[in-house]
Each structure stands twice: as structure tokens, then as C-alpha cells.
Design a protein around this ligand. Structure first.
Ligand code: PMV
Length: 330
């Protein structure tokens, strides 16, 4: 008998960044975070547990995934097998509609979709908080992709992680914010976020301060969202982004995720802002620059950004929905 289900989950971008783990074993974050779920970037995943399948096998965008990726997914499915009592291996087919591993949070949408598809296939019914907790075991940022709109990941205190899950702050229709994702390179990053976080914790003299100042940033961002104060939201977003990258720069050896275009875009955004347009940037563990603005400024910004030579592509997105179960893919 087949235990089969499919799900879709959207990627997200952190406004207040998550960087650092309080426990690597069950992937518990050292700080909370706040994100926006992204409409145009998503992963669709189908999971099929079947007794005839000898070992877990993963296809990503139609091709067999690397052994390392399969192992990561297999470990994740062990949690679902443990919770459900299913003993079978699974075939997993996953499609991203955007570049994988290039700082566009493909692991966020991927593990959120996998958590929902695998738990539905295994017929275990989980509350949104439990689903978010499960997704977190695959990737910290995936816990946030269970919800659409504005989302907060709670740092939690418990060692078993049962209070480390995301909650919704506001839904996707709450506020018309546009994000322009400027792709400066399509290549995979060299140092993944888990390795980067561990390295930073072990070698940066600023790591303690990063942890200590996190709850104030979260509090301010919650109030910017509540008041729909775009300037405050933008300033805090840049602050948290630069604080995270300053932490990475201060590791030994330094982690530098940016390229020349990343720097050019940072300066461009700051210059445009001086002319009175509300526009702010954020950057994750990769060279892409994500630019936040309001709908009336999108046309001008796109035209101005396109003038920088070497920009590959701009993806425009608004706020995306909750993760959902979908029909099985052919
Ligand atoms: O979820 P991970 O392990 O891929 O870590 C995500 C880290 C950042 O994208 C840099 C920040 C964040 O909060 O999403």
C-alpha cells in the first residue's frame, strides 16, 4: 500500500535574522526571528512511503539529488517514521521554482513542504505549531514557511524544542509590501548556514552581543508591523541584516557571503533612499540582495537596478500564503 501526499510551501525572507543555534542536535535556534513569506518562490513536494522502496530516494527538479542531500532528507523522514509508526522508505519528488542553495532560502520552503507532505502521507495530524516544530528539525527557517504573511519564530527555552516553533504575526493581505530579489549570481554558496553558524559561534568575539541584543530587535519589529510603520520596518531590517553580516565578517576566518554587485546594490539602495523613496535592503547567507519597498516605487526601482551591469535577474514578489496540501504530482 502507498502512503502518498503532496504539499506546497513558500520561501521566506527574514527581516530580523536567525543566526546561531542553542542546540545543533535538534536544530534549536539561539535567537528568535521575524520573516515575510514570499508568494513567487515556492517548493512543491510529493512523498510516497511504500514497502517496495528499498531506501529513501530524492529527486530534486527531476534529477537524483546528491548523497548528502538524500541523507539529510532521510534523517528528517526518520522523525516522521518514528511519530507515525510507518517503517517504509520513501520516494520524494521536489521542485523549486527558483535557484537552489544560492541564498534564496530554498531550505525553508523545501523542509516546510516536506514536513507537510510527509506528515500527511504518514497520516499523522499535526497542529500548525507542531508542523512548524517538525519543519524546524529540517531547517530553522523552514519553521516560518508553514505560515503565510508575517511570521515570528520563537526561540523557546525547552531542550526538547517543543516551544521552538513559529507563529503568525499578520496574514498575507495585511500590508502591501513588495520585495525585489536581485539575483547577482546563480551559483551555490560554499559555506552553508549550519556550518557558518557554528563557525561564527566558535570564533566571533561578537557572538555573545548578537544573542543578548536579539530580543530588543524582535520587540521593535513586532511594533513596526503592528503600526504599519514602513520606515521603522525597513531600518530595523537593514540593521539586523548588517548586524548578522558584521558577525560573519568578525569570524576567524571571516565569512563573506557578498560579491561586488552586492556592495553596489547596497550603495544604490542607500542613495535612492536619500532622494526620498522608501527602500531598504536585506541579504541572507548568499550574494543576492532583497529590496523592500512599497508598490508605487517598483517601476522606478526596477529600471534603476537594471542599469547596473551584471545583474542576472530580478524576481518581484508580494507576501505569500500558508503551506498547503496539494494533489499528488504526476
Ligand atoms: O534555516 P537555515 O539553517 O538555512 O538558516 C537561515 C539563515 C538565514 O537565512 C541567513 C537567516 C534567516 O533567518 O533566514
Amino acid at each position: 500500500m502507498d502512503y502518498k501526499a503532496g504539499a506546497i510551501a513558500h520561501s521566506n525572507i527574514a527581516l530580523i535574522k536567525y543566526w546561531g543555534k542553542r542546540n545543533s542536535h535538534n536544530n534549536l535556534p539561539a535567537v528568535g526571528s521575524i520573516s515575510l513569506t514570499l508568494k513567487e518562490l515556492f517548493t512543491q513536494t510529493q512523498v510516497c512511503f511504500n514497502e517496495a522502496i528499498a531506501q529513501d530516494i530524492l529527486f530534486l527538479n527531476g534529477d537524483r539529488a546528491s548523497a548528502a542531500m538524500e541523507e539529510r532528507v532521510s534523517k528528517f523522514l526518520d522523525i516522521v517514521r518514528f511519530k507515525s509508526g510507518i517503517k517504509y522508505s520513501a520516494e520524494i519528488k521536489s521542485h523549486n521554482n527558483f535557484p537552489t542553495g544560492a541564498g534564496l532560502a530554498s531550505s525553508a520552503s523545501a523542509f516546510a513542504a516536506l514536513a507537510l507532505a510527509a506528515s500527511s502521507a504518514a497520516e499523522i495530524s499535526l497542529s500548525p505549531a507542531q508542523l512548524s516544530e517538525l519543519a524546524r528539525c529540517g531547517s530553522g527557517s523552514a519553521a516560518r514557511s508553514i505560515y503565510g504573511g508575517f511570521v515570528e519564530m520563537k526561540v523557546g527555552k525547552k531542550s526538547n524544542g517543543s516551544d521552538s516553533f513559529a507563529v503568525r504575526l499578520a496574514d498575507k493581505d495585511y500590508w502591501d509590501i513588495v520585495l525585489l530579489i536581485v539575483i547577482t549570481a546563480d551559483t551555490e554558496k560554499d559555506i552553508g548556514s549550519t556550518q557558518g553558524m557554528n563557525h561564527t559561534e566558535l570564533s566571533s568575539p561578537y557572538y555573545g552581543q548578537w544573542i543578548k541584543t536579539s530580543s530588543d530587535d524582535l520587540k521593535e519589529m513586532r511594533s513596526a508591523i503592528k503600526d504599519k510603520d514602513f520606515v521603522k520596518l525597513g531600518e530595523l531590517t537593514e540593521y539586523s541584516c548588517l548586524k548578522m553580516h558584521a558577525l560573519c565578517f568578525s569570524a576567524r576566518p571571516a565569512l563573506i557571503y557578498w560579491n561586488d554587485l552586492t556592495f553596489q546594490l547596497i550603495h544604490l539602495v542607500r542613495d535612492i533612499r536619500k532622494s526620498g523613496i522608501p527602500v531598504y535592503f536585506t541579504i541572507d547567507a548568499g550574494p543576492q540582495v532583497k529590496i523592500l519597498t512599497l508598490p508605487q516605487h517598483v517601476g522606478y526601482l526596477r529600471d534603476t537596478i537594471k542599469e547596473i551591469s551584471g545583474i542576472n535577474r530580478i524576481i518581484e514578489t508580494t507576501l505569500g500564503p500558508d503551506a498547503q496540501v496539494i494533489g499528488v504530482m504526476r
